[in-house]
Design a protein around this ligand. Structure first.
Ligand SMILES: *Cc1c(COP(=O)(O)O)cnc(C)c1O
Ligand code: SF4
Length: 346
């Protein structure tokens, strides 16, 4: 068994194992949480948790709040109804999302696809792939396909290779993007064998998902470096999470560290209103404040686009703090020092 598969196999998946590791008792109802939403913390990510309640612990360890009564929907982005063929979500004219795996190296407690990840259902098969390819051939306005899940890098190398070649065999597909949290949650997955396969499918964009500066370990930085060295363009999506990363200092530190690791901050997401994740939700003003604080005073390379995914599957909307007024032939705004500035527009 390769190293990364061994780490997955050795993951914590039960309350008993959690109790042994953290030397504490969890309430009995925690079993009910796990019945609805599975637990997986691999030994690598577990080793990064320094104490109970720290930012990594909160992302990984289940909480009773996940099963508290909640008006949030299971599928807030309406993905099930935007799916013309099984596993494909087609929401925008020019790009579509393909769910190729329901496995992850860790099951993040705040996950948007909590309803799917780690569940024993329909795995993505050759039949599904054939249907998707057929659909893409008939919808040539789709020129970008995003592989997501779950985590596409939890697939075997040869399975991923088969998917990438089948997709790039569709003439209208110009770009493939992979969304994966493995550089953060299981950097050992980024093996040379994998990189050699990925290298053959250009252009390939990989968006990873770091939420906190302590996740950017030496191993994680090396995994990112490896992908970049093999010609893959790396971006990052972060989710704002209450009590974990919801302040300008933490986000600025994270974004600067990502730029240093050759990863371009892409989106900073307001959390989706997914059932079982309400305890992670920050007020919108937190995100606006963070972007305001960063704009101008932090390198533009390090500032992501703050965005929300509209409930009901209406698409991602970039959110901008209202920082200017246009009147009397001038745009008036405050710069990063707080000085009032004017730009003539007549
Ligand atoms: C997020 C998402 C995309 C990608 O959107 P970008 O703004 O291009 O990153 C595409 N399709 C679906 C269904 C999505 O949820
Ligand atoms: S890695 Fe991504 S898809 Fe998997 S549980 Fe975490 S947030 Fe969800």
């Amino acid at each position: 068994m390769t190293h990364w598969k061994r780490l997955i196999a050795d993951s914590i998946t039960t309350i008993g194992e959690l109790e042994t590791h953290f030397k504490m008792r969890f309430p009995d109802d925690m079993e009910l949480v796990l019945k609805r939403y599975p637990l997986r913390i691999n030994p690598y990510y577990l080793s990064l948790i320094q104490q109970i309640g720290d930012p990594l612990y909160l992302q990984a360890v289940p909480h009773l709040e996940e099963i508290a009564p909640c008006s949030f929907p299971n599928d807030p982005l309406n993905e099930a109804n935007l799916s013309p063929v099984s596993n494909l979500v087609h929401r925008y004219p020019d790009r579509a999302l393909l769910l190729v795996s329901n496995q992850c190296a860790m099951y993040c407690r705040f996950c948007t696809r909590k309803r799917l990840v780690g569940k024993k259902h329909d795995v993505f098969s050759q039949r599904h792939l054939d249907e998707v390819v057929h659909y893409l051939r008939n919808e040539p306005q789709i020129n970008e396909l995003i592989l997501s899940g779950g985590d596409p890098l939890l697939l075997e190398d040869h399975t991923l290779e088969a998917i990438l070649s089948a997709i790039y065999a569709v003439p209208s597909i110009d770009v493939i993007r992979i969304g994966t949290r493995t550089p953060c949650t299981l950097p050992m997955r980024v093996t040379s064998e994998l990189c050699k396969i990925l290298q053959r499918f250009r252009p390939l964009y990989v968006n990873t998902h770091f939420n906190h500066p302590t996740e950017l370990t030496k191993a994680a930085i090396n995994a990112c470096a490896k992908l970049v060295d093999y010609g893959i363009v790396l971006g990052n999506q972060t989710v704002l999470l209450k009590g974990i990363n919801d302040d300008a200092k933490t986000i600025t530190t994270l974004m600067r560290a990502l730029v240093k690791a050759r990863v371009k901050p892409y989106y900073l997401f307001q959390i989706d209103i997914t059932r079982g994740t309400r305890h992670f939700k920050t007020p919108l003003r937190t995100g606006f404040e963070i972007i305001k604080t960063m704009s101008g005073s932090v390198s533009g390379l390090a500032v992501p686009t703050f965005a929300v995914d509209s409930p009901g599957g209406k698409g991602k909307i970039p959110l901008f703090p209202d920082n200017s007024t246009l009147q009397g032939g001038y745009l008036e705004f405050k710069n990063f020092c707080g000085e009032v500035c004017r730009y003539p527009d007549n």
